[in-house]
Ligand binder design. Sequence first.
Ligand code: FUB
Ligand code: ZN
Length: 655
Amino acid sequence: MKIKILFFALFIIFRFSAMAQSSLVQLEPVSFSQVTITDTFWKPKLDMIASTTLQACIHQTEEVTGRIRNFRNVAGKKSVPHEGIYYDDSDVYKALEAIAYSLKNKPDTALEKKADEWIELIAAAQETDGYLNTYYSLTGLENRWSDMSQHEAYCAGHLIEAGVAYFQTTGKRKLLDVSIRKADHINQNFREKNVPWVTGHQGIELALVKLYKVTDNKNYLDLSDWLLDQRGRGHGVGAIWNGFHGGPPYAQDDIPVKEQKEITGHAVRAMYLYTGAADVAAAKKDDGYMNAMKTVWEDVVFRNMYITGGIGSSGSNEGFSLDYDLPNESAYSETCASVGMVFWNQRMNSLEGDSKYIDVLERSLYNAALDGLSLNGSHFFYGNPLASNGQHARREWFGTACCPSNISRLVASVGDYIYAKSENSIWVNLFIGSNSIFHIGNVEVPIEMTTNYPLDGVVHITMNPTQKIKYSLNLRLPGWAKEEPVPGDLYRYKDQSSGKFNVLVNGKSINYNEKNGYIIIDREWKKGDKIQYTLPMEVKRVVSRDEVSANKDRIAIQRGPLVYCVEGVDNDGSAWNILMPNNPNFEVIDFNVLEEKVKAIKIDMSVFKISDDGSKIVTEQKKVIAIPYYTWANRGQNEMQVWLPTKIKELKINY
Ligand code: FUB
Ligand code: ZN
């Protein structure tokens, strides 16, 4: 008997220690609502979202298109046709979510009043059983939940995200309660009855985890897990997009999520799926999802990601094609997919505590995602090509308008990605001027970061703990500041680094450890301690693996986290007639792209032209200007290239 009890006790101890070991979460992100942005680069963008971008979204949503009219018509029980596309409700919710974040950054009574007005209509359009979707309410409710390729769950996901965000910012529950009723409707009709349903476009999975966190109702977490587990079991009908029949891989529905190893299909769907899976993994301490996602992540980053951090190279499926198929001029690289890369990589960083995920996040954020928003905030890119013959232009809006509100919500909530915390540590992931207050034990630790990043690499951090206290400050050491532009070997530097990072505390060198891409300064801190962290902002040449045929005999330029491009408007109208020399001389200069202050790079290059009489090709040595990629196409349509040719055969000369 005693032996049995001993075995039982050992079994319990073993079980508990195994559970503790499988505790996945390494760090917890600090919400944007706890962070005040003071940054010279980002603060004007946050203000622009509030003053211009959200106004553009409202104008398009309410006046130009029928999105709000659809809600008004359902609320008024009118028997009229649905206007627009079946997933247009999602844009209203995403705009509301962006408004919620923006209100936190910059309170605005008129904006809040507009949001409240919309929320009244949304609530009035909800069916008595919790269902809410203007497309089906106007075209025939009897057809709802009959076609998995439609976006009912996707719209519900965006509704929930908006409801949570608006509640967190304003304390107003109306939209949250609408979301709860909708989530309950789905839970009762599918999970509780075990009626198979594969979400044709993911998004609700990550939203349900947010709802679980705000309500503490585990049903929503279980529903999210259940929905994830529906995939890859033959329940799906194959997703269809604008007539494109992608079959199960298109919607990541060919293999159960925990067994997936390769990235397939539609890029935005994939990003939302893996973000949701990471959230469930963290909340349920389920490393099954994590193990799968690590391999999928490597497939994305090692073989299928643009140097800009954009993904989904193919327009026909808005997603992934073959490994290393990364064409530049026809790159799809949807803005929403880069927004999704930011979401997913943040979750992976939290689970693993490894900075390589933030390296990717930062790359997507500062390049492919930010490129989706014009410098004046009123025009958008849907796809973000890496080369142009002048055919690409930013637009005011799109028929499918997922990108404008998506980039708005990302920029407005950029504070979410700066800091993270764990028991005795403060983690600095992004270098963005800001203030926040941490709590280490019972001690308040206000922290202030100031920087001119990404224009220069000097970051100042001041610690102001209310009393002396020991904790570690973990500063991300970006891969680009070492010899690794990206994790893996898809891209590599052509030059050895001469600069090195440097960290001082109160003006003196200190001892630190380096682990998982972080500089760890573990010591007793006191009020007023100052850290000066300097990252080497060298101009670096980047080359691709040979398998990327589009980049063969070409070089890209990077400085800090920013990828550069040559745009015709700065270079006599052309960007395809230049040749990168073997040993280029880079001069970093202060430059303005419209109002945006940037560091441009002047490069001595051979420029090829047709002679005036048209009889021959002439070469001139010129100073070619390269600008940060995210700023291109703001001064009209013109030529652009990120990957600059090193061989004459790659040139195109206009005549
Ligand atoms: O289908 C909804 C959204 O529209 C997708 O996420 C985008 O790729 C676009 O197709
Ligand atoms: Zn989009």
